[in-house]
Design a binder for this molecule. Sequence first.
Ligand code: GMT
Length: 385
Amino acid sequence: MNVGIVCYASVGGSGIVATELAKVLARRGHEVRLISSEPPVRLGDFQAGLAFHAVQTPGYPLFREPQYLLSLASKIVEVARAYRLDIIHAHYAIPHATAAYLARQILAAGGDGQVPRVITTLHGTDVTLIGSDPSYLETAAFSIDHSDGVTAVSESLRDDTYRHLPVAARINVIPNFLDCQYHRRLGDESLRARYRRGDPHAKLVIHVSNFRPVKRADAVIEIFRRIRERLPARLLLVGDGPDLAPACRRAGELGLAGDVEALGEQELVVPLLSIADVCLLPSAQESFGVAALEAMACEVPVVASRVGGLPEVIADGDSGFLHDPDDLTGMAESAVRLLTDPVLHRRLAAGACRRVHQHFCAEEIVPRYEAFYEAVLARTARPAA
Ligand code: GMT
């Protein structure tokens, strides 16, 4: 099949999942074209069957803002025509589903023999945060409803979509996934020693995110403060975003500056997850939580909020612990239990990894996307002239 995948290139779960999907589809023999404003973070080295097409969005003094929707739609049309795309798979509704819809209309109006089908995958904030904002709601709902097929990354997100948006389209749940051969604990003791900064007893707590308000970096610091009162520990903050600097400042005010280390955006998180003992994810909302899945694959139990799709990813008491988002005391208690009880830690670390392997590996999930593509193509096939 010829598949065009549209995604955001910056660090973020939707771009990571879209890029992984592109790579695995190419490995399985499809011709895949990734369309984005720059090469996505996890694109990696050359791979047969996988090409990247950059969207250029020229500015003009008259425009007050870049016209990304229009330049993206034009790029999709260009790629679809040149490579006879069967499917345009838009990851993140805003504005990718809208650009894909527009591209399909342009292709159909131009009498192009083969008009690709549009599939939209909803990732979370495109529905719960941005999509439901009155400024975007009507366009987002229209673009989702006019896709030929729609998927959501969790049941919770599917339900949220119907709750937040006037959408009637059938939404199929296909969960996020990982390359399970690559996502596994490496066990690099010298790296672990390095980040313990000379304290061989220090436990390593990790938080990976884009440091947007929804991730609650302030709660991460507060939980860590409570952990640190009970045992020697260091906190690794991986990623970047508007709340990173305030979080580091708060750590300084609490006298924790020496125990909190910001590593910025990292393309490869497996080496860092592999030296961690516990992952904290006290998000206000999380449609799925790829960060949790990556930690679990590296045998790191996750202490997280019981919100959105996180309970579909983390089995409470078996691969981590879930708490009410405001229960920071409970989250700190769970983390301390994990960090002080090696038997409990071993059980949950193994449970976390097992859960990923049972439900969330590419081998299991990517064929579901392929079957969905086939079903959409069959359902929308036009009679031969
Ligand atoms: O979390 C974000 O702010 C970014 C967003 C994205 O584009 O990556 O994340 C959403 O999509 C991810 C991939 O499907 C999910 O794992 C995240 O849970 C989801 N974020 C939220 O729902 C807040």
